[in-house]
Design a binder for this molecule. Structure first.
Ligand SMILES: [Zn+2]
Length: 154
């Protein structure tokens, strides 16, 4: 499932913040509705404001989850995660996300020696200099138990 893979890539902390955003927006909507309501129509105004707040919160949550995905995905590809999150967040009309998906590097694997992420096409670790095994041959002395399993492209 696309969505399951997407959600499993988003850091847990970001998922938590997405829920917090939904909850806060709903709460603000309800309170604003209560403040704005006349005596007779409290419930109606509150539910109208509440659902507006909820939709806004959902949008904010989806946006947060996408940023979280970019962060985790950039890290897995040995790109600069903070830079790319900023690009995705600051460019208008989702251009930053588009830019990220156009420019992103192929997947990276952790170095078997020191754990530093090394792009697949790079044959030596830039951190410790250890030679990297071919991606296909995972039965070397160091391969096999990488911390981050690579996502299959299919
Ligand atoms: Zn290394």
């Amino acid at each position: 499932m696309m969505l399951r893979r997407f959600m499993s890539s988003v850091p847990k902390r970001v998922q938590l913040w997405a829920w917090v955003a939904v909850g806060c927006a709903l709460l603000i909507g309800l309170v604003a509705g209560y403040e704005a309501a006349d005596k007779g129509s409290v419930l109606r105004t509150m539910s109208a404001f509440g659902s507006a707040g909820l939709s806004f919160g959902m949008l904010a949550a989806i946006w947060l989850l996408c940023l979280g995905f970019v962060y985790a995905d950039a890290r897995r590809r040995a790109m600069r995660p903070v830079l790319w999150v900023l690009v995705a967040a600051l460019f208008p009309h989702l251009l930053g996300f588009l830019l990220y998906f156009v420019l992103r590097q192929p997947l990276a694997l952790p170095c078997g020696h020191c754990g530093h992420t090394v792009p697949l096409q790079q044959r030596f670790c830039s951190e410790c200099g250890a030679a990297q095994a071919e991606p296909v041959a995972a039965n070397g002395p160091l391969g096999g138990d990488s911390a981050i399993p690579p996502l299959s492209a299919g």
